[in-house]
Design a protein. Structure first.
Length: 444
């Protein structure tokens, strides 16, 4: 297959990514005394030698400055390419053959250069790497969709099924609809988040990259109250004192119930772009995980529903709801999608039964864990501890086998002020350690 290089199309591509054209002086075709022009025979016979692709801008101009196109992301460059008239006219049909067939060899593409080589490299961007060479084989939450594509077919199939289940759940809840992106609006990005449950089940969740949202356009108010640790301790103390019955439920995909007060557009998820509708985006009808206002949207729906069940919210803690009648009292503790009912068994079961008709829930029975606290029952006593959470923290920060010490610091040590450059990775790790310790301090 012969791929024809079109300099006009290449020039449009370079202008699209912001590269300034280089004006070369026209060659001097006049004859000089010591340099006779080409013979007539030579002029009639066109040269069969391929023209090498033009050198990068920095090499042509003797300038070490960075190419302005490097500021663009891969997605932005691809979007610019696909909207270029020259690209559609010259390369659209040809590049489909390059991606789908093997006749176009890498050598031919390298010789021709231009957009053909660029698109070929994009199509081949996922290398064949074993799962052991993933960025972090022990932490699926750090994986990306491309990491999944590097896995063996059998494992890749399992993850794809998990992703398909999540997309089906979004469709069944009517969370989105496919539309053309309105002029002047920007679609926010999304990504897959992966996890492996304790029983080995693979779990995938499609979330929004909330940091790309614009305040005033994509969201307004964000505050979402959660129950305080002191309130949780107090209610458990009341349960132990009065011998209350306790039962807990977990609301499935709670954030998907939240209603949005702003129009939000989102890119289709990797691996699940609708065939024939590649240029369309999701218009979100309901909240999705990762949106800045998702937690607040869910909390507003939750409060509205429990008020209809006869509960009132405490002014001192917005995560505690109280129901009272002649039969007794029911206290409902809510932390995002984790709900615990405290009180008389008959009354708690009655309220729980009505609650699960509003939301799709998992009935977890008597609570054994809540807010990373393990709950143990001994007679009329209730014991709360965070041993499991502490072990996870030590393992996460590489201290699972550390030797404990009463005074973990050298005697007479005085910290010195650090004068070197900032290290974002170490700063983030330090903040995570302090946050985990504060969580332990507040919990138990």
């Amino acid at each position: 297959m012969e791929i024809i290089r079109d300099t006009a199309g290449e020039r449009s591509f370079r202008e699209a990514i912001g590269e300034q054209p280089v004006h070369r002086p026209a060659p001097n075709l006049q004859k000089s005394k010591g340099n006779p022009g080409p013979s007539s025979a030579a002029r009639k016979e066109p040269s069969k030698e391929r023209v090498p692709p033009p050198a990068p801008k920095a090499e042509r101009e003797g300038d070490d400055s960075e190419d302005s196109g490097s500021d663009l992301s891969e997605d932005e460059i691809q979007r610019l390419l696909e909207t270029s008239p020259d690209f559609k006219r010259i390369y659209e049909a040809e590049l489909k053959k390059q991606k789908g067939k093997e006749q176009a060899t890498l050598a031919e593409l390298c010789q021709d250069g231009g957009v053909g080589l660029f698109d070929y490299l994009l199509a081949q961007a996922v290398p064949d790497v074993e799962i052991e060479k993933l960025p972090n084989n022990k932490s699926p939450r750090d994986w990306t969709f491309r990491d999944i594509l590097r896995m063996p077919d059998s494992e890749q199939r399992e993850w794809r099924l998990a992703m398909a289940d999540k997309i089906d759940a979004l469709k069944s809840r009517e969370v989105f609809e496919l539309v053309e992106l309105p002029h002047g609006r920007k679609a926010i990005k999304g990504r897959w988040v992966f996890d492996i449950k304790s029983d080995g089940r693979k779990r995938a969740r499609f979330v929004a990259k909330g940091f790309s949202q614009i305040e005033g356009i994509d969201f307004e108010a964000l505050f979402s109250p959660v129950v305080r640790y002191e309130s949780v301790h107090f209610v458990f103390a009341l349960a132990a004192l009065f011998g209350w019955y306790m039962t807990t439920v977990d609301v499935k995909t709670a954030f998907l119930y939240g209603k949005l007060d702003k129009e939000i557009y989102m890119d289709q998820p990797e691996g699940f772009v609708a065939k024939g509708q590649e240029r369309k985006v999701y218009r979100l009808r309901k909240a999705i995980y990762g949106l800045k206002q998702a937690a607040r949207a869910w909390w507003l729906e939750l409060e509205k529903s429990v008020r209809k069940l006869g509960f009132i919210r405490l002014h001192s803690d917005s995560g505690i709801f109280l129901y009272r009648d002649r039969k007794g009292v029911v206290i409902m503790v809510a932390y995002v999608d984790d709900i615990i009912f405290f009180g008389l068994k008959a009354l708690c079961d009655q309220k729980k039964k009505k609650f699960v008709t509003i939301w799709e829930c998992r009935d977890l029975g008597t609570p054994t864990e809540f807010l990373s606290m393990t709950i143990q029952y001994t007679g009329d006593k209730i014991q709360l501890d965070q041993t499991k959470y502490l072990e996870k923290v030590l393992e996460r920060f590489g201290m699972a086998n550390a030797k404990p010490a009463r005074t973990p610091m050298i005697e007479g040590y005085y910290p010195e002020k650090y004068e070197g450059p900032n290290n974002a990775v170490l700063t983030r790790k330090y903040q995570s350690v302090i946050g985990s310790l504060l969580y332990l301090m507040l919990g138990t």
